[in-house]
Write a new protein. Sequence first.
Length: 223
Amino acid sequence: MKQFERLLKVVRERGGEGPRIGRPWCLPLADRVLVVAVYYRTNLTMRKLAPLFGVSPAIVCRGVQRLWPLLALAPVDAADRLWIVDGTLVPVRDRTVGASSRNYRFSVNVQVIIDADARPASGDRADAHVWRDSGLLPHCQGVTVLGDGAYINTGLGVPHRKRPGRVGEEADNAEHRRVRARVEHAIGRLKNYKILRDCQQHGDGLHQVVQAVAHMHNLALTA
């Protein structure tokens, strides 16, 4: 309840109650926020979600579309932080934003950087290319960002390549893996929200979903 109250407070402060134009909502703000949270957590369809709240699927759809921008993760100051980045594939139904990828499904490549903001790209693109096009690079000037071997030649901190005669590099790589594992754990926790296992949103919807899920995840960590 403490986490939900914080989430509700954020939505209310961002204008979740208004504008009061047209017909009033069938559900109070708290219930509408709960609808969105349940939708992201379970990935139930609008038709299945509506009876749980005693409303029509259209009302659920409008509520989700109205509130998800208000749940988005706010930008953070990158200074004096160690950032860790990795990419993950999220299956999607919209073939205009996804591509057939190495998981044999139509997916987008979502770049996850601890406490940061990134837009997804089609799943057939390498992590390094997606990172360069993500718009995150200007926010990371002057800070340390760790990545795996897929981010070679991007300016990030990556593990050493295995080469004969190099002493001490394996110990450096082991420490790099130990620290970088945190982003893998973060991705695993984000995918507890089942909507990131098979997103049915179209167009820019997945970007909004990733932002909202990251925000709720952060609230859960700090509550």
